[in-house]
Design a binder for this molecule. Structure first.
Ligand SMILES: *[C@@H]1O[C@H](CO)[C@@H](O)[C@H](O)[C@H]1NC(C)=O
Ligand SMILES: *[C@@H]1O[C@H](CO)[C@@H](O)[C@H](O)[C@H]1NC(C)=O
Ligand SMILES: *[C@@H]1O[C@H](CO)[C@@H](O)[C@H](O)[C@H]1NC(C)=O
Ligand SMILES: *[C@@H]1O[C@H](CO)[C@@H](O)[C@H](O)[C@H]1NC(C)=O
Ligand SMILES: *[C@@H]1O[C@H](CO)[C@@H](O)[C@H](O)[C@H]1NC(C)=O
Ligand SMILES: [Cu+2]
Length: 841
């Protein structure tokens, strides 16, 4: 077994005999007859794969002697027949658009996590069917659809004059879409709408209902004493607002809800261990949650929302720069299986800025006023919230070379059956304790989708800027995106296209635009490419200068991984896999034009010839605009209190042979202490395979290893990010860990941030000028002594790794908190070590 092949580790050092029961599989809800009938009904379309034995001795199930208590309420469930069947569009001639729903202070939106049957098929030999959770959104306020590319091109007919409002054609189009039901559009698509936060400087609400099917519990355990790591609670969920600057909300990890808000739920008490085991709980109770609280749970330590239950989240917000975040489940143990198909963009629109773009952008110098106006003209014509969203999803179903479900497949298809970690959506559990696969997977290949479609065609106009918002919700692999031309022999050559970065992870670049260029060692020419780790977003302009047919590819650009050495599904670049002789099937996206390519084709890019009367848009120089980030208190780094508190975190575990952990510890063995309001300076090591993600605050890069800055301008000191993976340092195994980990990187990454709730924190109350000008009255600074501790988190954004314990509680504590040790312990990295590959490499 390759060292990086899987993140699983066993025996789990943290497991005790009284672990939380994984209430999944022990007693199938359906009777044996019903299960048999279901299989008979689905036999036509499903393969009958091998039965897998369940229930090993170690994985979290209580001994059979534990009392089985009946559930008081049968939770409402969707019958299998009412599940929609979503057929993934194959190579559609247009990019599917993502519907938009506005979140205002008055209109709450409702999110339902519910199962859908998904079919994706190129042909009989290359098809996949499975059942998966996805979001369905109702409420909120429908928003006009994005103008199409042609309308944008018209609006951009001149590079320097396109600073006015959209032309009448586009406006008319938008009017037409205004009353179109965005909810209708979701039914047959794997796409949750983009939620557009209109309630900047105010509060908005989201109600989340878990409508996943419940498979039954074996037993009601005693109260668990410890959080479980590893895949578990696969039907439980919650909500994370990734990229939104909001209150972390959580007060404790042991309470049922926020203490302050738990009005109609009984206090956690001894013996209250499982939602379904507690006769006092009913599905009618709605728990109120403040902020981005991923620790909230309707049962202790489960940190999540049981099937049938609803949580009502309220998010108080200060002013934030426009940008794209995303919403997705973050329940510890089930995130890895839910997030790949349950996620949606979460947008702070430019329209909230009271004075428009000049509130945020100013010319970097007098000398660049011309190009600055050109840039603002393009941005005005294609506002962030209406510009084209490209959401990259992946369905992980890769087989191993021997035809077995591969490690890191969702939902743990490759988990040892003995561990019992199989998704109830994907397996029927039979009375004899074996599991029958409900999915079929002929080709055994991963699938990369763009906006829920396979290899859709995106239309551009030559020499014309298009603004894109890219979002990598692939939870395991990173992307190195380039525009390529596929030649007749299947080889690729770079297309005459460039990518300009405007912002990333919901924060504009300090100086923009930045024409992306990478030239790693060994590359002959520089390429304009975009590196996106799992969870990253990018606000970009793209421009292709020659009409023709191209592809947007990953794995054809300058960066590659040494798969032969690493053999890890998650250290790969998507599309850049071992040669066919290695035995692993490549992604389906490597199939294009009747050939198997060496890179993954995510989309076809059709560059149409522009109207001959339209002059070509000029290339934008770098750094013509300065973003006035200091107008947002949490981004005004010169005002952060000095000195910064220094802590260090390493994701690469010597103890576990290179697998992910936090300074050799697993969730929740340790806590990182962060005093509220303090300025933190963190060294991040070993993030070349494991993307670092901190909740509720972006981090500002203060130093970077030369292995990154010398080969690409993707990251520069001063940039803000909320997910960071430096694949540039990957040199393959064996490597020496010389600081930043993975490669011979030299210095570690350092990054700073300040632990502020922000919307109500005294003198740093939310950018009052912008909020007041936008018509919001600033929240009064809270009275003294209202500091309440908060529990936040950072983790590896390969979410299965996070589920497995590569995460750490970030405790925002108040100055005189008696529960915090004195002196406050600070995190330090393990001594530098040299990691070698496992002997069987
Ligand atoms: C756009 O519409 C306005 C108001 O209806 C009209 O005055 C103007 O002439 C129109 N402009 C174009 C370019 O059609
Ligand atoms: C937003 O919600 C918070 C927490 O419930 C509350 O303190 C605050 O007053 C609300 N703000 C507005 C503008 O409604
Ligand atoms: C891939 O694995 C599935 C079982 O998960 C099996 O049905 C299928 O035949 C395999 N395909 C290949 C090409 O190995
Ligand atoms: C990949 O790794 C293998 C094994 O360590 C090594 O022999 C090979 O030279 C590496 N290839 C590249 C291109 O670095
Ligand atoms: C940002 O911080 C600096 C340094 O403390 C301060 O002088 C400045 O007023 C702040 N900017 C804004 C817009 O609050
Ligand atoms: Cu990881």
């Amino acid at each position: 077994m390759a060292a990086f092949d899987r993140q699983r580790r066993g025996p789990f050092p943290t497991l005790g005999p009284l672990l939380l029961v994984v209430a999944l599989l022990a007693v199938p809800l359906a009777s044996a007859a019903a299960a048999a009938a279901h299989q008979a009904a689905s036999a036509g379309s499903r393969s009958s794969g091998p039965r897998r034995a369940l229930f090993g001795e170690t994985y979290g199930h209580l001994p059979a002697t534990a009392a089985v208590k009946p559930r008081r309420h049968l939770r409402r469930q969707e019958a299998a027949d009412s599940r929609p069947t979503i057929v993934i569009p194959i190579r559609p001639s247009a990019l599917p658009t993502i519907p938009h729903v506005q979140l205002t202070s008055h209109g709450a939106a409702s999110l339902s996590l519910q199962p859908a049957d998904v079919t994706v098929s190129l042909d009989a030999a290359t098809s996949l069917t499975f059942t998966t959770p996805r979001y369905f959104v109702s409420g909120g306020r429908p928003m006009p659809a994005a103008p199409d590319n042609q309308a944008q091109a018209q609006a951009l007919s001149s590079t320097h004059s396109a600073s006015g409002p959209l032309d009448n054609t586009t406006a008319a189009k938008q009017q037409k879409h205004r009353h179109q039901e965005p909810y209708q559009q979701q039914k047959q698509a794997l796409l949750a709408p983009a939620l557009v936060v209109e309630a900047v400087c105010g509060n908005f609400s989201i109600a989340l209902t878990n409508n996943l099917p419940f498979q039954g519990v074996a037993s009601c355990p005693d109260a668990p004493t410890k959080t479980e790591n590893g895949p578990h609670d696969l039907e439980w969920t919650n909500l994370h607002t990734h990229g939104l600057k909001v209150d972390p909300g959580a007060v404790t990890t042991s309470g049922i809800c926020d203490e302050a808000a738990a009005t109609d739920l009984p206090a956690a008490a001894a013996g209250l261990a499982d939602y379904y085991c507690n006769a006092d709980l009913s599905s009618q109770q709605v728990c109120q949650v403040l902020g981005d609280n991923i620790y909230v749970g309707d049962r202790p330590y489960a940190l999540g929302l049981a099937p049938g239950a609803t949580l009502q989240y309220t998010y108080p917000m200060g002013g934030s720069p426009p940008g794209v975040g995303w919403y997705h489940p973050h329940h510890h143990g089930s995130g890895g299986i839910q997030v790949p198909t349950a996620a949606g963009p979460l947008i702070i629109p430019e329209s909230w800025l009271p004075g428009g773009l000049p509130d945020l952008y100013e010319p970097a110098s007098k000398a660049v006023t011309g190009p600055f106006n050109q840039l603002l003209g393009i941005m005005r014509a294609q506002p962030l919230e209406l510009s084209t969203i490209l959401r990259f999803d992946a369905l992980w179903f890769r087989n191993t070379s021997t035809g077995e479900p591969g490690d890191d497949s969702i939902p743990f298809l490759g988990a040892d059956p003995g561990e019992g970690n199989v998704s109830p959506l994907l397996y029927d559990v039979l009375p004899d304790g074996t599991a029958q696969p409900k999915y079929s997977n002929a080709a055994g290949r991963d699938w990369g989708l763009v906006n829920g479609a396979f290899q859709p065609t995106i239309t551009l106009t030559d020499n014309t800027y298009a603004r894109w918002q890219l979002l990598n919700t692939m939870t395991m692999k990173w992307l190195d995106l380039t525009f390529q031309q596929v030649l007749a022999d299947g080889s690729m050559q770079p297309a005459d296209c460039s990518i300009w970065l405007l912002g990333r992870d919901a924060v504009p670049l300090p100086l923009l635009p930045r024409r992306l260029q990478s030239k790693p060692a060994g590359a002959t020419t520089a390429a304009s490419d975009l590196i996106l780790a799992p969870g990253n977003r990018a606000d970009v302009l793209v421009k292709c200068n020659t009409p023709g047919t191209y592809v947007l590819a990953s794995g054809a650009g300058p960066f590659h991984t040494n798969y032969t050495a690493c053999q890890a599904t998650h250290c790969e670049l998507f599309g850049d896999v071992a040669s066919a002789s290695f035995g692993f099937p490549r992604s389906t996206n490597n199939l294009y034009g009747g050939r198997e390519l060496d890179a993954a084709v995510l989309a076809v890019v059709q560059v149409a010839a522009r109207d001959a009367s339209v002059p070509p848009a000029e290339d934008l120089p770098d750094d013509v605009a300065r973003a006035q980030l200091e107008r947002f208190a949490y981004l005004n780094h010169t005002a952060f209190p000095q000195p910064a508190v220094e802590q260090c975190f390493s994701f690469m575990s010597a103890q576990y042979g290179g697998m992910c952990s936090v300074n050799n510890n697993l969730f929740q063995d340790t806590v990182v202490y962060v005093r509220e309001g303090s300025h933190q300076s963190w060294s991040l090591r070993d993030i070349t395979f494991h993307p670092f993600h901190l909740h509720e605050s972006p981090i500002r890069l203060t130093s970077l290893p030369p292995c990154a800055t010398s080969v690409t301008n993707m990251w520069q000191v001063g940039d803000w990010v909320d997910v960071l993976l430096l694949p540039t340092c990957q040199t393959g195994c064996p490597w020496e860990d010389a600081g930043s980990g993975g490669g011979n990187c030299g210095n570690p990454v350092t990054a700073e941030w300040v632990a502020q709730k922000y919307y109500s924190s005294g003198h740093r109350a939310h950018s009052p000028d912008l909020c007041a000008a936008a018509g919001f009255h600033a929240t009064k600074p809270a009275a003294s002594s209202t500091c309440q501790s908060r529990n936040s988190i950072f983790h590896c954004h390969i979410i299965t790794h996070s589920d497995e314990g590569c995460a750490q509680v970030v405790k925002w504590y108040c100055a005189d908190d008696p529960a915090v040790p004195n002196p406050v312990p600070l995190a330090t990295c393990p001594a530098t070590y040299t990691y070698s590959c496992m002997p069987d490499h």
